[in-house]
Ligand binder design. Sequence first.
Ligand code: ADP
Ligand code: MG
Length: 342
Amino acid sequence: PSQLNGSYTFDNYIEGDCNRLARSAGLAVANKPGTTSFNPLMVYGGVGLGKTHLVQAIGNHIKATAPERFVLYVSAEKFTNQFIDSVQRAQVQDFANFYLQVDALILDDVQFLANKGKTQEMFFHIFNHLHQSGKQIVMTSDRPPKDLQGLEDRLLNRFKWGLTADVQSPDFETRVAIIRNKMEQDGIDIPPDHVVDYLANSVHTNVRELEGVIASLVAQSSLSRRDIDLEMVKQALRHIIEEVEAEVNLDFIQKTVAAYFGISVELLKDKTRKKEVVTARQVAMYFAKHHTAHTLKTIGFHFGGRDHTTVMHSVQTVSDLVDSDKKFRDQVDELRKKFAKN
Ligand code: ADP
Ligand code: MG
């Protein structure tokens, strides 16, 4: 299986100033894999800006025009896990042989290989072999190659052999085009210009977020059987803004509590079980529970990936201590004033 998702195509990848070079390089590579000077092709940029979409589109295009080619899409994370697995089963040679047969290798989120020396070594080997045999290599990264710390120089040097192109946040016109395209794909009527413009003006961080709002609008309009109007857009946006604000609050709570106890925010999220840290962490979780709308699960996630029972236990511990320990209660009350507005 190629791991390609057929819904990512060049047709539905909206072109704009933000992605023009990456897109046209991608199309060139897709038309002539392995034979252009864009080998490897490295696409980099922030989250939700269309890297995966673009490289999947390359794979799908190759597959559509040359079905006999072995095109393989794999995330660097999966590549790593497969490799580790093969080491454990003493099947490294099989692992390597599999990748050496590929005609076009698409490795997504290569930053994941950072500090994984053995996996990098394996990828280096595969890379060299494929490149020498005129096979195409496409990669993505969340940052420019020069900032890929933890990747070996010899690998980074290879990346320079081809073309590196970035994708940036979409400008207004591109956002409008993406909104229209997406709504058309979802089979709903495109709202009037002023509604689309309002939406395009409100979300400019990344395309994934924009798609999130569109999806909720589409769901709403089909539920209420009415066309998308400005009120619906505002409603959907309010939802998102609330989420963002809640996140800011969580951040603020962590910073404030950490500072109060004289420790770093990192320690709050750390595994440390030192008494002062544990207390500070429990207090921060307590405020997170009482002063944000987040679920226990989300709170745990923001405290170094702890589960919801840990958060529940912390909140309970703090409540009990507030009841039984006067000095502790004074401390918590002092902190509470800082969050009172929330
Ligand atoms: P990344 O891999 O950079 O984090 P994705 O490729 O997963 O981002 O893109 C996030 C979402 O936005 C996907 O659903 C993708 O289809 C969509 N998207 C991103 N850029 C575009 C674009 N230029 N045109 C259409 N859809 C896009
Ligand atoms: Mg991606």
